[in-house]
Design a protein around this ligand. Structure first.
Ligand code: UFG
Length: 345
């Protein structure tokens, strides 16, 4: 698992370990903390923690990857599949640093494919994003909707999807699933694992979490003039533990398919920014301060998944609602006000 210390990676690691998988996690900690690896071990408990190996590396380092895929981790044995999370993911930053985004997101995926091919590993789960769609023509968005990415970050995801699809045509023994995430939020219910971005959060939920612990003064709500019922942007927020379970469902489906397949992971329900602020305030027990400001460049009014393909083919559905997402995110932030590394407010 690449990006194992990240927000989605760490939760998926817990889910897979708990389900009996052995995991070799890798991360370069460029946007994550080594403490996340300790927390994974703490959440799963001592009996299972031994099934996690961890190696610090950059996925663009093909030689290091090859060594790992050849060695199979503690105890040896072949690697069954790779789950590839490691990537840069901030939209605004991608506009300022496109070359770094193409290098980290696209080059790393190519190095990974080469290393997998060299060592006979041909099952891959790839982290993609609903942002490949850009402005959707209609909602909810099914997988077949046209891809029209509107920023370099989303283009890196769409390029990787096309590389993987072409690979599966050329080399039919590959089995690849791309999962398009909608808006992952929430945290592990233990309060030990959650989202802990470096610097000022770009995304609404970690921003709200930091407002709630006093690290930030108030949320800026980006635009109240969208064509939505309350005028604020609507997204399909999905609990990160549901998302983690989606990866396990995909893993268990890999051998029932050949070639390349893409699945949306979302709830199918939209929530506006103001509804999210209200739900999070409810979880915290007091109203959180916010101010309406202008629209954020590049934002779209509404993104909601059509999650039916994943339900029909993977047998996966979300089980957790907005109140669960807010409760668990708050529990993590309350217990870790300064994040994993205890950053002062
Ligand atoms: N928003 C605010 N204030 C903020 C941050 C966000 O009002 O401080 C609003 C946005 O305008 C939007 C909604 O909250 O309406 C959600 O915004 P996020 O930034 O949380 O998430 P996005 O929908 O912009 O998602 C993007 C990409 C995803 C990517 C994700 C994480 O589309 O592919 O950011 O980087 F995975």
């Amino acid at each position: 698992m690449t990006g194992a210390a990240g927000f989605i990676g760490s939760h998926t690691c817990v889910d897979l370990l708990t389900a009996g998988y052995r995991v070799i996690g890798v991360d370069d900690f460029s946007n994550s903390s080594p403490h996340a690896i300790e927390r994974i071990r703490e959440v799963v408990g001592p009996d299972v923690a031994g099934n996690l190996d961890f190696v610090e590396l950059d996925v663009r380092d093909g030689a290091a990857l090859g060594k790992l895929l050849g060695g199979g981790g503690r105890g040896g044995g072949p690697v069954y599949a790779v789950v590839h999370f490691a990537a840069r993911k901030a939209v605004g930053e991608s506009v300022r640093m496109p070359v770094e985004y193409y290098d980290t997101n696209v080059n790393a995926t190519l190095r990974l494919i080469e290393a997998m091919r060299e060592h006979g590993v041909r099952r891959l789960i790839f982290s993609s994003s609903c942002s490949v769609h850009g402005n959707a023509d209609s909602l909810p968005i099914p997988e077949e909707a046209p891809a029209r990415p509107t920023n370099p970050y989303a283009r890196t995801k769409w390029i990787c999807e096309q590389i993987l699809s072409d690979l599966c045509v050329a080399e039919p023994d590959w089995r690849v699933i791309a999962l398009r995430y909608f808006n992952p939020v929430g945290a592990h219910p233990s309060g030990l694992l959650g989202e802990d971005p470096r610097g000022i959060p770009n995304n609404v939920m970690p921003y709200l979490q930091q407002v709630a612990v006093g690290r930030l003064a108030e949320l800026s709500v980006f635009g109240s003039d969208y064509p939505t019922p309350d005028g604020t942007g609507i997204r399909d927020y999905i609990h990160v533990v549901d998302l983690a379970e989606g990866h396990r469902a995909a893993m268990e489906h890999l051998d029932d398919q050949t070639g390349y397949r893409v699945y949306n992971l979302g709830t199918g329900t939209g929530t506006s920014v103001l509804q999210l602020v209200a739900a999070f305030s409810e979880a915290v027990g007091r109203p959180l301060p916010y101010r309406i400001v202008g629209r954020r460049p590049g934002d779209v009014a509404e993104l909601v998944a059509d999650p039916r393909r994943a339900a029909e083919e993977l047998g996966w559905r979300t089980k957790r609602g907005l109140a669960d997402m807010c409760r668990d995110a708050w529990e993590f932030q309350r217990r870790n006000p300064g994040g994993y590394d205890g950053v002062a407010g």
